[in-house]
Ligand binder design. Structure first.
Ligand code: AMP
Length: 248
């Protein structure tokens, strides 16, 4: 069974993001970039399926600039088999990503696509759902646990009130939540081995997809600065202060 994992290159989650002076976006100059954390979880899940003998091949795809090939290499070092870089500069919105992924799925015919639940840069939480809709496949989003069968998958999902289990027929799309697994660090020998694994390069035009943005960002702003705290002498005073602030 082939598994396809889309991985996005994003600002590293440890970096303190700075907004550009003209408020047109965030500053990406000299900023550390890494694989989207939810996509690391997706790669880990695919590698575990391969280790259990349930997946035969793991293909990773990234849509982004040339440097996104480093993100693909990280996935290859974790245990994926081959990569596909769809070279695109600038912002590629979830719908365009989903259309490119649909074309790749049509060509590669995986039984399962494991994407992240959201990219931590745009926080869209749309690509997996849009891909499932374009393909007409079932989907299990916010996955907490996966039991993969021959013709179906049982996916435990994280929802507001707790957990929900859905059965989806394969082929299907799954998106990962935080507690699905803990991704491994690639070992040095595996990093060396990954250098020899193939990465094919394509462009959105090869798939007939126009990546021109449909949304216009009007303004990006820093969150408001936190005000200073105050010390209170008693619970009663605390309650008074909270009531004054309209918090209770
Ligand atoms: P989003 O809908 O933008 O929050 O992204 C959800 C998931 O879709 C990510 O965790 C990735 O698995 C996948 N994805 C989004 N954008 C890209 C991209 N440019 N390249 C590869 N995968 C992507």
């Amino acid at each position: 069974m082939k598994v396809l994992v889309p991985v996005k290159r994003v600002i590293d989650y440890n970096v303190k993001v700075r907004v550009k002076a003209d408020q047109s976006g965030v500053d990406l100059a000299n900023v550390k970039m890494s694989m989207n954390p939810f996509d690391e979880i997706a790669v880990e899940e695919a590698v575990r399926l391969k280790e259990k003998g349930k997946a035969s091949e793991i293909v990773v795809v990234s849509i982004g600039p040339q440097q996104a090939s480093e993100t693909i290499r990280t996935a290859l070092a974790m245990g994926a088999d081959r990569g596909l870089l769809v070279k695109a500069e600038g912002e590629v919105e979830p719908l365009a990503v989903a259309k490119i992924l649909k074309a790749i799925v049509d060509a590669e015919k995986p039984m399962l696509v494991i994407a992240g639940k959201q990219a931590i840069d745009d926080d869209s939480n749309q690509t997996g759902q849009m891909l499932a809709a374009l393909l007409g496949w079932g989907q299990g989003t916010f996955a907490h646990k996966l039991e993969l069968g021959e013709a179906s998958a049982s996916i435990e999902r994280e929802i507001d009130g707790g957990l929900q289990t859905v059965d989806v027929k394969l082929p299907a799309v799954m998106t990962t939540d935080l507690r699905l697994n803990e991704p491994r660090y690639a070992s040095l020998p595996n990093i060396m081995k990954a250098k020899k694994k193939p990465i094919e390069e394509k462009t959105p035009a090869d798939y007939g997809v126009d990546t021109t943005p449909r949304l216009k960002v009007l303004k990006v702003a820093e969150p408001p600065k936190r005000g200073g705290g105050v010390k209170v002498k008693s619970v009663a005073e605390l309650l008074d202060k909270l009531a004054e602030a309209g918090a209770i």
